[in-house]
Every structure is written in C-alpha cells, then in structure tokens.
Design a protein around this ligand. Structure first.
Ligand SMILES: *Cc1c(COP(=O)(O)O)cnc(C)c1O
Length: 371
C-alpha cells in the first residue's frame, strides 16, 4: 500500500523539523559556497560546490519524499531530461518520444541524440501503444501531453515496454507527484519541470529526475557532476519554499479547473474544451483510472486566432505568457509556436484566484472577445 497524497503532504512540512537539533534555524538556510573547509582526508565530507550543496540536498529530500524515490535536482526541466538522455543512452540505441508532448524534448533528440548515433521515432500520445516497443532502449512518455492533453495508459506502456526490454521515462510535469504517480504505475524514471506548479511562483527554473533504480541514479548523478549541469542554491532554496505549499495550491487549482472546464463545456462561444475531468473527454476514463486529480491545464478552442488573442489579452485575470503552473492564471495560443493545433486553440493554466471571481472574469472576457 503506497502512502496517500494527504499523508505525503502532511509529512512534507516536517521533513526538515525531524532532523533539527536544539538551536538550529527552523527555516532552511541558503548555503552559497563553492568551497568547504576540508583539511586532510576529504572522504565523507562536502568537498566542492559542483559535487554537493546542502540547499539542493534539502530540496532533493523533499522531491524524493514526494516521488517516493531518490531524486536529483537540475537547473531546469530540460537539464533533467538531457541528463536522462546523456546519462543512460549510447550509440546504436533507439528512443521513442511523444509527437504531441513538450516540443523541446524532440528538438534535443533531433539536434543532438542523432549526431551521437542514437535514433528516435515519434508517436501520438493517444495511440502510444500502437506499434509496440520492440527495438527501443528508452520509451519516453508524457501524459497528459503538453499541450494536446491526450493521455496514454502508463501501466500498460510500462508492461509492454519492459517485455520488449525498454526502459520507461515519464515526464510528469503537467500533473506533479500529487496528481499522478508514474513510478508506482511502473515507470523506471520520472522527470519533471519544477519550473511549473512545484515552484509555482514563476520566478525560477528547476527540474528533477527520480528513480528507484540505483544504477540509473548513479549514472545520472555522475553525468550531472561531470557535465556541471547543477542547480543553483538560491533556486533550490526558492523551490524548497514553493514545495511547502504545492499541495494546497495544486488542490485549489484542480478544484477550480474542474468547475471552470464544466462551465466552458456549456458555453456557446467555446468551440471545444479539452480537460481530462470532463465526462465526455476522450481521456476521461483513463484519467479516472491512473490520475489522482484531473489537473489544472485545459485546452480551449475559440472561433479564430483573433478571438483567442482578444480573450487572452482582454481578461484581467489571465496573464498572457508561455509556461504554466503559477499562482496566477495564465494562457497562450499555442499555434504561435507552430504546435500542430487549431489557430484558435488556447492552453489555459488555472491559478489560485478565488474560483467564482475567476469564472466571472473569464466569462466576461469571452463575451467581449467574441462580440
Ligand atoms: C516546461 C516543460 C519542460 C521543460 O522545463 P524547463 O524548466 O523549461 O526546462 C519539460 N517538459 C514539460 C512537459 C514541460 O511543460
């Protein structure tokens, strides 16, 4: 029996307290140091700022607690994904990526993995099981995918990929460990951009890798130490603070998103809503089975690119911005980046504003944008 999210959230606030000695500061100190006092035999002591830092270690302990697996911090979500690729793959390996997931992951594979003799294929998340996993070393899934919000069956992908000899990596950025638990569903590695909801305040980039496989974690830790892609202590300190409120923010954002998606689904000015929590969404049954919440992201299709831009710009409670997961609601029209979506498709990230006020502002802006 795995621990519940509530139990995990409750203990999260006390992880540091459990180890304090009398007189220690209750709040996490920010340790900025490249050097450590190190006379004589260095074994067993902090040695150098590229190898370890007490502030990252504190945030890694929180991330590890949330994931139920050892975690390593990185300076961004992409640094975490790159560390998995470069720390675990070798020439001749084949990788499977989602065609509708985070675009930069595919660009990284295309621009760099191929030049090291590692090939890759892409496949839509909604039909990720079609075609099987024979011949792949690494199967990388993202569910719900950003921005399509399509879903794949994590446990079934893991079962079939493992039978074919592949390792499964899940990008869990859109859900956080409070919304979905890929390692418990069989994934070998979880990666995530803590830049998004885990930090929640839109002021840093951060990422992590978590796995219960000791060999994988050793390779990724060696990669980080040798390549130097280490997180900054100040960013780690801010993420530590952000994580303390992740549970309350995430619950609020998901509750509000459920309410608002249902209202958009009834709205005559919205052509289509994608939200896994809507009973008629193509992802709904699978989402119920494998996700603990339905998330705070939704896809809205409005009549045209112009209407979508007017809605985003004209709503007082929408921050027009790329990225998501902040305390403030934010949105953008994804076609502006060349995603293969309808020109009027908006990715909306629900924030922590009071739900009724947020709905009133969204509804008014929608009417004005369409008028
Ligand atoms: C944002 C994001 C990333 C990359 O994170 P950065 O911190 O911007 O490097 C990776 N995967 C997904 C699904 C994302 O949304």
């Amino acid at each position: 029996m795995t621990e519940t999210s509530a139990a995990r959230a409750a203990r999260l606030a006390h992880l540091r307290g459990e180890k304090l000695r009398k007189g220690d500061p209750v709040a996490l100190p920010l340790t900025l140091s490249s050097m450590f006092h190190l006379p004589g035999d260095p074994a067993g002591y902090a040695q150098y700022g590229r190898f370890s830092n007490p502030t990252w270690e504190a945030v890694e302990e929180m991330l590890g607690h949330l994931e139920g697996a050892p975690a390593l911090g990185f300076p961004s979500g992409m640094a975490a994904i790159a560390a998995v690729f470069f720390g675990t793959l070798k020439a001749g390996d084949r990788v499977l990526l989602p065609s509708d997931g985070y675009y930069t992951t595919r660009v990284l594979a295309d621009r760099f993995l191929t030049s090291y003799g590692i090939s890759y294929d892409i496949r839509p998340t909604a039909s990720f099981l079609d075609g099987g996993f024979e011949g792949y070393r690494l199967v990388f899934l993202e569910t719900p995918a950003n921005p399509s919000l399509d879903i794949c069956d994590i446990a079934e992908v893991c079962r079939q990929a493992h039978a074919a000899g592949a390792m499964v990596v899940a990008d869990n950025t859109t859900m956080t460990p409070f919304g979905q638990r890929p390692l418990d569903l069989g994934a070998d590695i979880v990666v995530a951009a803590d830049t998004k909801a885990p930090n929640g305040h839109s002021d840093i980039l951060f990422g992590h890798v978590a796995s219960r496989d000791k060999g994988v974690m050793q390779a990724i830790s060696d990669w980080r130490k040798l390549a130097g892609g280490i997180p900054g202590p100040f960013e780690a300190w801010l993420l530590h603070r952000g994580l303390e409120t992740l549970h309350v923010r995430f619950e609020r954002m998901c509750d509000t998103a459920e309410m608002i998606a249902a209202k958009f689904a009834q709205h005559k000015l919205v052509a289509r809503v994608r939200y896994p929590g809507l009973p008629d969404d193509p992802s709904h049954n699978l989402a119920r089975a494998q996700m603990e919440r339905f998330g705070f992201l939704m896809g809205l299709t409005l009549g045209s690119a112009e209407t979508a831009e007017r809605f985003i710009d004209g709503c007082a409670l929408i921050q027009p911005a790329t990225s998501f997961g902040g305390v403030h609601t934010s949105a953008e029209r994804r076609a502006r980046w060349g995603d293969s979506v309808d020109p009027g498709f908006i990715r909306l990230s629900i924030g922590c504003e009071p739900a009724d006020e947020l709905w009133t502002a969204l509804d008014e802006a929608l009417t004005q944008a369409s008028g």
